[in-house]
Design a protein around this ligand. Structure first.
Ligand code: ZN
Length: 452
């Protein structure tokens, strides 16, 4: 008989529930996979599993490995060696678990930890598997049973790979999401310099021409199986803002991008509440809001990550957005809004919004909350307020393809444990726990994101 894998499963019925969901396909509606990278096989294990993983890079950087080393011309072999020297410092972090699970799942390498005594073996074995062509992106997707890879994409991307699919796969798992941050943050110095030209606009466009250029890009995405609109916003302060006010701020920003906070809030309000959510509603697709992660707090260091959680979210202003699209008012609800926040201190407010409004769902746990502890906290704090069915419980936020399986596996195990505990407490029947486990792991993400 095969040995039972007890990893994270501690209750009597955890295994039984986990066995029901273990093999379900992966539907991931938010990640940062670069589709272009799926057209070429990885060169080595660092390239495949570490080089794009901002969790690993950020932590190595924080443990004292210089940015110039991690991103510089040093060989991947040397970077992997330094990673192995520092790997013990990943203890307690989910990245440690994912890395070891990824090694097992993708390379059939089973080790208890990575260290200088076994790193050469890991490097050579993984290199021979990659060189043999056994671990192409298509092979990883097949082996991991990934059905949907919901990427986030800048509005000007051509979505070439999304359109043509991945070599070796009969079914195309790639679905883009229209990432609107860079169009809304017009006060960002990169906006005038890089982003306007990418939209084919001159330096001083009219606001109406700007909106029209964005709308064209949105239509382009919709013609490429767009899954959602995805926006990250630091401190949402939504209120009713009309076209004239937004136009005035836009004009002002073209002259001087030093906008005061109230004008930035007003522009956010107009672009999200009047423009993007209107388009989502008309197209019948979800809006994903990633809230209160204060970006780029470290000015030096590796790119991506470097976010801290904000404790001062104004849920009242999210209620403004929710009210605008209340199905009681609009009658035919066509799209839902998924709100992710980083800080668990905000989970009650987040879940209360989901409890009140038919069109609002809590979403995540994500970024620094996707550990077993963070996932369990998400289930413990939010389900007593809004239940299991007003949430999108997990997405990978991943940068590398190999990690999908281990991250979803971690979520499924935490969910199985949580539900088993509810059965033990007499709060769930076994059959209902099975149903919830299957729904939350697979059926609900598909239903909520209208994936057929
Ligand atoms: Zn993300």
């Amino acid at each position: 008989m095969a040995k039972k894998n007890h990893y994270l499963l501690t209750h009597n019925l955890s295994h039984k529930i986990y066995n029901r969901i273990e093999a379900l396909p992966i539907v991931d509606v938010h990640n940062h996979i670069d589709a272009e990278q799926l057209t070429v096989p990885a060169k080595n294990i660092w390239d495949l599993m570490c080089a794009k993983d901002h969790y690993i890079l950020e932590l190595l950087n924080s443990f004292g490995v210089a940015q110039s080393f991690l991103l510089g011309r040093v060989s991947d072999r040397e970077k992997f060696r330094i990673f192995s020297e520092n790997f013990y410092k990943f203890s307690g972090l989910p990245s440690r678990d994912w890395f070891l699970l990824d090694l097992k799942n993708n390379f059939n390498i089973e080790i208890k930890t990575l260290d200088p005594s076994n790193e050469d073996h890991v490097w050579k074995k993984s290199l021979s598997i990659l060189a043999g062509g056994h671990l192409t992106p298509a092979a990883i997707i097949r082996n991991s049973n990934i059905e949907i890879i919901g990427t986030t994409n800048e509005p000007w991307e051509d979505l070439r790979v999304h359109q043509q699919g991945i070599a070796g796969l009969s079914r195309n798992p790639l679905r883009p999401s229209f990432r609107a941050d860079s169009l809304i943050k017009i006060w960002d110095p990169r906006w005038k310099k890089d982003r306007l030209p990418r939209l084919g606009l001159t330096k001083f466009p009219r606001f109406s021409a700007y909106l029209e250029a964005i709308r064209k890009r949105f239509s382009y995405f919709m013609n490429h199986r767009n899954l959602s609109v995805d926006i990250a916003i630091d401190e949402p302060e939504f209120s009713a803002v009309d076209f004239k006010t937004a136009e005035h701020i836009f004009k002002k920003c073209l002259e001087d991008s030093n906008l005061p906070k109230n004008e930035r809030d007003n522009f956010y309000s107009y672009m999200i509440c009047e423009v993007m959510s209107e388009w989502c509603y008309a197209a019948g697709i979800p809006l994903q809001l990633k809230i209160a992660a204060l970006r780029d707090q470290r000015k030096m260091g590796v790119p991506d990550g470097s976010d801290i959680s904000d404790h001062t979210i104004t849920f009242r202003s999210l209620a403004f957005l929710a009210n605008k699209y209340d199905p009681e008012q609009i009658r035919t609800p066509k799209s839902a809004i998924f709100i992710s926040i980083k800080d668990p201190a905000g989970y009650p407010g987040q879940a209360e919004l989901a409890r009140i409004f038919p069109n609002i769902y809590y979403s995540g746990s994500w970024w620094t909350q996707d550990s077993p502890e963070g996932l369990e906290t998400g289930l413990r704090l939010r389900t007593p307020i809004a239940g299991y069915y007003k949430g999108l419980h997990f997405y990978t936020d991943a940068r590398s393809l190999t990690v999908f399986r281990s991250r979803f596996d971690m979520f499924k195990r935490v969910l199985a444990n949580h539900l088993a505990e509810q059965i033990d407490k007499g709060r769930l029947t076994e059959s209902l726990a099975f149903r919830i486990a299957e729904d939350l792991s697979y059926h609900e993400p598909k239903r909520l994101f209208k994936i057929s």
